[in-house]
Structures are given as C-alpha cells and as structure tokens.
Write a protein that binds this ligand. Structure first.
Ligand code: SAM
Ligand code: SF4
Length: 498
C-alpha cells in the first residue's frame, strides 16, 4: 500500500506488532499469550483491553509465539490487502500447531466479525473467533476451546465500551497513550466496512475517560489521544440511557427530542465532544490532548473554540477528505460537498491559524474519472495538507458500494492516480515543513531518535516530528522543550534547542 507517512493513529510500522510483556511484572502466570495487532490504532487499543482481561485470568504476555499457549491475531478488514496479510500470517502458525496441538489460535477484531464462523471453515487451524464487542467472553471461549470445541462469539453490542477495563499499556513509550472514547460508527460511508465490523456508534462514560487520563498523568504520561471513528459525534448522557445516538448536537442546537423532559440530576447535562475535550484538557496544563478522527460534516465551531482556548489541546486536526469531487463524495455517502469541505478548512484556519491539517484520500472509487481525480488534486493543493494517508479503492464485501456500484476503475488507473496523489502530498508536506523554518516550537520529547542516540525525537502541537541534538543537556522523555527549526525533510523538522 502506498502511504506517505506515519502518525500515531495509523502506524504502518506497527502492523503485526506483538505486545511485549512487562519487564518487571511480578505476577506468576499459569499460561502465556501472544497477541499481534493489525490495522488502525483502535485495534492496538483493543489489544490492550484484551491483555487486561487475559491478565486477570492468569495469562501473561509473551513476545515469543513459540512459547505461547494462546496466539491471537487482532485483525483488520478495511482493505483486501489487510485481510491477505492476516491469512498469510496464519499459515505461518501451522507448523507450530502441528508440533503442539494444545496451542490455541484465536482471531480477534474486524476480520473475525466479518467472516464469523466461516473463518473456522476456511482456516482449519483457528480455534477461537471473537468480534470486537465480545472480548469480555474470552475466558469462557478459551475454556470451550481447551475442551476441544471451536469457540465463536461475534455478537455486536449497542452498549459495550469497556469503560471499566483499564487497558494494560504494553509496548508503550510511557509518554503518549491512546484513550478510546467511543466505539463503532453510524456513518455508512459506502466504501467502508467499519459499520459492519464494529457495529453501532456508542460513547463511553465521560467520567471513566477523565479518570483514565488522570491515571495516565499520575503514571508519568504527558499526552493522550482521544480515539473514535468519528469523535465529533461523541455524545454521552450521564445517568441517561447510554450512548449512542449517532446524533450530533451542533453548537447551540437543541438536544434531540428523546431527551426533552428528561428528569435527570443536576450535573447530568449531555456531554458533547467539545465538553469532553475541555474536561480532559482541564486535568492539567501539563497533559497534552489530541484526538482522531474528525468527520468534516461533524466538527463544530464549539470544538474549534475549545481547541483555541486551551494551550494543551494540540492544534492538529485529521480531517479525511476521501475525494475532492462532489459527485464522488455523494456516491461515497460522505454527506458533504467540495464547497462544504473547503468552507470547513477556512473556518479552521480562521479560528486556529496555526493548526496542522491532515487527510485520508482514496483514488479510483467507483466511476471516478479524470475530472474527479483532478478535483481531488486541486483540493489537496487548496488545503495544503501537512500529511495524508493515501489508498486506492479496495472493494469490501457487504458494503453499500459493493452492493450498489461497479468497481469499474482499472487497477492500473487507480494506482497511477494514487501515485499522483502521493507525489503531490510529498510536495505539500515539504512546502509545509519549509514554512516552519526558523520558527520556535514547544516539543514534547518522546524518545531518542531512531537514527542516532545523540538526538531526541518529539512532536510539536501540530503533530510534526521534530528531531534535534541532545547537546548533553539533562532532558528526558516527557520533558517539554523549545526547539528552533533549522532544516527539514519532507517528513521531519530538524532543529536545535533554544
Ligand atoms: N473513521 C475515519 C474516517 O471517517 O475518516 C477513518 C476510518 S478508516 C479506518 C481509515 C481510512 O481508510 C478511511 O478514511 C479511508 O480513507 C480508508 N478506507 C476505508 N475503506 C476503504 C476502502 N474500501 N478502500 C480504500 N480505502 C479505504
Ligand atoms: Fe468508515 Fe465513514 Fe465510519 Fe469512517 S466515518 S469509519 S470511513 S463509515
């Protein structure tokens, strides 16, 4: 897959990453599990919830699948290639299963949800199939599989948010963490399999989110990224019939009628995403707050003003475009036009002049012609994205597009257009970085640079990676420092401490 860059939310480098166990976990475990994750950050976060559930059952994590009693793959269905990667990986466990038939192999996440028990027929070595809303039942499923039965639970839920489960943060840098604030999606973009694999949208209890962020800060973390497929439709009603509505309460708009006349305790007003952001940002000015993903149709002025009000809410918005052609956007069921999107970007620039903006772009969606493609390129130029994730369209079984439209753009055309999009984004990223030359940025140090131990790597508020020499000063990961940008590449700002 052609992708230009990696941010923390979609990290190409982490695909197939196995969780490391705690170095100093004092618990004696009776059995060991190995878990490998694919796809978006949501899946990596879910693996942390699974780890927490398994730990409680007496299973300890191992990074070496050869010594594991349980092997889990947390899977992604978003594009065909993601599924092929998982299938290929499964074949690599065949030998081990032959040698040690008692080792259980489980498939978690979106692919499990999509294929359900068909998975067991197609992949004979799989013992357990668990959808994203059924992780609490893992202990029972493991017991069933131990007894020689194949175990499946792919029930989707309208309530499950795992609010009470503290994720076990394995493989973490100890500075930045992801906090899931909602699950599922109600949007039904026609190309997308997520609403089918992750179910209806539901928002997690705001107080459990704040509690988790506070605990992270207490444990030395300095940055949280609030995660959801469509964070701007976050809507939690304390003491109310929980989540989710999928309704977006625009600035000043009336609450949906089902809440009217509700007799709820004071302090039980519905919590919108803007309010949640404020609650998390108020924990401490030392804790940076990010979020992803924003849907262009849903991000409100309220959110933008809240971002402007708090220095510790990072000035960065991931605002996926998908296509610059209104005609294609309509077929994609994205609910906005080219003009709406540009107006939204103008509004962001007006309220937050120094805000970074990134995007997701798809080339070669059904019926896309050269004009549509040019519309995408020109809109990318208009916005001047700092970064984009770029894909060619991959038809997914069961989606609206698969049922309604023909996947009629030839693969070589999709790939050629994608290459043009990638080339343009490369130019835009470089231009954007060049504009930062000689500017000063507050940078949160995350780790030593991958290339040399004598440099630090961190990010500025706009989510750009900044690399600079340590200069024998006494800083450490988790410190905020000011850095002057002296040079740049397409993907990185290079600078020096001031
Ligand atoms: N909820 C987010 C949103 O609305 O932008 C992201 C969801 S998805 C995990 C991430 C990206 O994958 C999408 O924004 C889209 O660009 C891409 N994507 C989803 N389905 C796709 C498909 N069938 N073919 C190619 N790319 C796809
Ligand atoms: Fe998929 Fe659209 Fe929902 Fe994003 S908003 S997860 S692209 S259906």
């Amino acid at each position: 897959m052609l992708e230009l860059a990696t941010t923390k939310v979609h990290d190409e480098e982490r695909q197939g990453e196995a969780y490391a166990p705690f170095g100093n976990d004092p618990n004696p475990y009776k059995r060991k599990f190995y878990i490998e994750s694919y796809g978006c950050q949501m899946n990596f976060s879910d693996s942390e919830i699974v780890a927490s559930i398994l730990n409680k059952e007496g299973f300890g994590a191992t990074r070496n699948f050869e010594e594991a009693d349980l092997i889990f793959l947390n899977t992604c269905s978003i594009r065909e290639k993601a599924e092929q990667t998982v299938r290929k990986r499964l074949t690599e466990f065949k030998k081990l299963k032959r040698r040690r038939p008692s080792t259980l192999i489980g498939v978690l996440g979106c692919m499990a949800e999509r294929l359900k028990s068909k998975f067991l027929e197609e992949e004979k070595l799989v013992d357990i199939v668990v959808g994203p809303d059924a992780y609490r039942t893992l202990p029972q499923l493991i017991a069933e599989a131990d007894g020689g039965q194949k175990a499946v639970n792919v029930l989707l839920s309208r309530e499950e948010t795992y609010a009470d489960i503290s994720p076990v943060r394995l493989n973490s840098n100890g500075i930045t963490a992801f906090v899931s604030i909602m699950r599922g999606c109600n949007n039904m973009c026609s190309f997308c399999v997520v609403p089918f694999t992750r179910g209806r949208e539901r928002s997690r209890d705001a107080h459990s989110i704040v509690r988790e962020c506070q605990e992270l800060l207490d444990n030395g973390y300095k940055e949280v990224t609030l995660l959801g497929q469509n964070v701007d439709s976050y809507y939690f009603v304390p003491n109310g019939p929980s989540p989710s509505t999928g309704l977006n309460v625009e600035d000043g708009a009336k609450a949906p009628s089902r809440w009217e006349g509700d007799e709820r305790a004071p302090g039980s007003d519905p919590i919108t995403f803007a309010r949640l952001l404020e609650m998390v940002a108020s924990i401490s000015p030392d804790l940076r707050v990010r979020f992803s993903t924003s849907h262009p149709k849903d991000i409100t002025d309220d959110v933008l003003h809240t971002m402007a009000k708090y220095e510790n809410i990072c000035k960065y918005i991931h605002l996926p475009l998908q296509s610059g052609s209104t005609r294609v956007l309509q077929l994609m069921n994205r609910s906005y036009t080219r003009e709406w999107y540009t107006a939204k970007v103008d509004r962001i620039r007006e309220i937050l002049p120094d805000c970074g903006i990134s995007s997701d772009v798809i080339s070669g969606f059904c019926t896309e012609n050269e004009e549509d493609h040019k519309d995408t390129l020109s809109l990318m130029e208009y916005v001047g994205y700092d970064m984009s994730y770029m894909f060619f369209y991959s038809e997914r079984p069961g989606t609206l597009a698969e049922r309604r439209y023909q996947d009629d753009v030839p693969l070589e055309v999709k790939k050629r257009r994608l290459q043009e999009i990638v080339d343009l984004q490369g130019k835009l990223s470089h231009q954007s970085n060049k504009k930062d030359l000689n500017k000063l940025f507050k940078v949160l140090i995350e780790a030593s640079s991958k290339k040399t131990d004598t440099d630090w790597m961190g990010r500025n508020s706009q989510n750009k990676v900044v690399v600079f020499p340590k200069e024998n000063k006494d800083y450490k990961p988790g410190d905020y420092v000011w850095v002057k940008v002296t040079n740049c590449t397409q993907a990185t700002l290079l600078g020096e401490l001031v």
